[in-house]
Design a binder for this molecule. Structure first.
Ligand code: AMP
Ligand code: GLY
Length: 419
């Protein structure tokens, strides 16, 4: 098969690494890819958001199967456009991607089908949103309806802060079109957990659990990021809890989407709050988590490619995935300044020596090759130093031993991933 992976981060590097190892894969392309992905796939200079460019490439290069990494092209209808051209693609249609693309859509679906989530209101004007928060009080959670690259959720500690947030999003449009509408919801308390499953429209095939660390600095301090590290499995998750998440949240969602005429196909990532009243849904993502995908790929023994194809073909009930018992952990190395402004182009040395450590895999999240062949940082999150071991402590020690060997003064990383 000729396979195309769409995206250029650590998630896509992990996907390319697994797919390249599949005996089903003849030629693997990645658009746009990065310097690390180039070891596993032929990188093509097409942006992940360039739907028309990707469709044209897939047609011209006789691509048999496309795997879409990030949410934006899914919400923009890349899978629909590829299917129209007769090209099989992994990921939901635009209509099904609304589970992530519109927080209001998701909340209304939960309300209609009795899926446990925070109580909420939907708003299209700042005035009624502000009356709602004055009535409800603080703390309260304010969410931009649309995709906002992880910046769309604000937990306001006071009513004044909530009102200012509403103005910033709806009047000043600091999040652009994502802020045309708002969801305002109750603050849930508890531990957060992430559940991943493949869904073929009907059958749900749970993957392993993985947890990320969202804050930039040690001790969960500093600004929110896309994720500064992750680990799998998650020891706190019992079989009973997984059964509850499946029966109360994930399966009803899959049934609801089918009933509404938009069967969900792809990977479904449920962000959950484990409250005193049981698990509640915070959000869905219609794609793999980044960096959660990296630890899942390291723990997956089975060939990933046939499972992704079975998801598209609606035959997931015939699939079974094997996972190693060994824990996996990833440490994200980011450019100083991330998630705020940062400089691109600093040189990274010592990667080969670091990668030679036993049971270590370094995925590239944002790198490029410099004019003299050196490795340059090319993003906020730059490297995902990932390791497995007989215990989580051992996986952790291996990942940090490798990260410590990387010579990159402009980078930083948390020291407490999985601690
Ligand atoms: P989301 O994009 O909806 O996952 O929100 C990002 C983060 O905001 C979540 O991972 C939670 O930490 C937090 N969050 C979102 N909604 C709530 C809520 N209703 N109560 C408490 N925390 C929330
Ligand atoms: N690591 C969080 C996410 O991928 O959304």
């Amino acid at each position: 098969m000729n396979v195309l992976v769409v995206g250029g981060g650590g998630r896509e590097h992990a996907l390319c690494w697994k797919i390249a190892a599949s005996p089903l894969c003849d030629t693997l392309y990645c658009a746009p890819g990065n310097a690390g992905i180039a070891a596993n796939a032929e990188c093509v200079a097409i942006d992940a958001d360039d739907v028309e460019g990707l469709v044209a490439f897939a047609t011209d290069y006789a691509i048999d199967f496309v795997v879409v990494g990030p949410e934006a092209p899914l919400v923009a209808g890349l899978v629909d456009r590829l299917s129209e051209g007769g090209i099989k693609a992994f990921g939901p249609t635009a209509a099904a991607a609304m589970l992530e693309g519109s927080k209001g859509f998701l909340k209304d679906l939960c309300a209609s089908y009795g899926i446990p989530t925070a109580d909420y209101g939907r708003f299209v004007d700042a005035g009624s949103a502000k009356s709602f928060v004055r009535e409800a009080g603080a703390p309260i959670v304010i969410k931009a309806d649309g995709l906002a690259a992880g910046k769309g959720v604000i937990i306001a500690k006071t009513v004044t802060e909530a009102e200012a947030t509403i103005d910033a999003i709806m009047v000043d449009r600091v999040l652009g079109a994502a802020g045309q509408a708002l969801v305002i919801e109750e603050l849930l308390e508890g531990e957060e957990a992430s559940f991943f499953a493949l869904v073929d429209g009907e059958t749900v095939l749970p993957l392993a659990w993985a947890q990320d660390h969202k804050r930039a600095f040690d001790g969960d301090r500093g600004p929110n990021t896309g994720g500064m590290g992750a680990y799998s499995p998650v020891p706190e998750i019992s079989r009973q809890l997984e059964a509850e998440v499946l029966s109360d949240i994930v399966r009803p969602t899959v049934r609801a989407m089918k009933e509404q005429g938009h069967p969900y196909k792809g990977v479904l990532y449920a962000g959950l709050m484990l409250t005193a009243d049981g698990p509640k849904l915070l959000e869905y993502n219609v794609r793999f988590g980044d960096p959660e995908c990296q630890v899942l790929c390291l723990r997956l023994i089975s060939d990933l490619l046939p499972a992704l194809i079975a998801t598209c073909d609606g035959v997931l009930s015939t699939m079974d995935l094997r996972w190693t018992e060994q824990p996996a952990l990833t440490v994200v190395m980011a450019t100083k300044g991330y998630p705020g402004a940062y400089r691109k182009g600093s040189e990274i040395r010592g990667l080969e020596a670091a990668a030679e450590q036993p049971d270590v895999m370094i995925f590239h999240a944002g790198t490029t090759t410099g004019p003299d062949g050196g490795l340059l940082a090319n993003g906020g999150r730059v490297l995902d130093v990932t390791a497995t071991g007989p215990t989580m402590a051992e996986a952790r020690a291996r990942a940090y031993a490798a990260a410590d060997r990387i010579d990159w003064p402009e980078g930083f990383y948390r020291r407490d991933i999985g601690a």
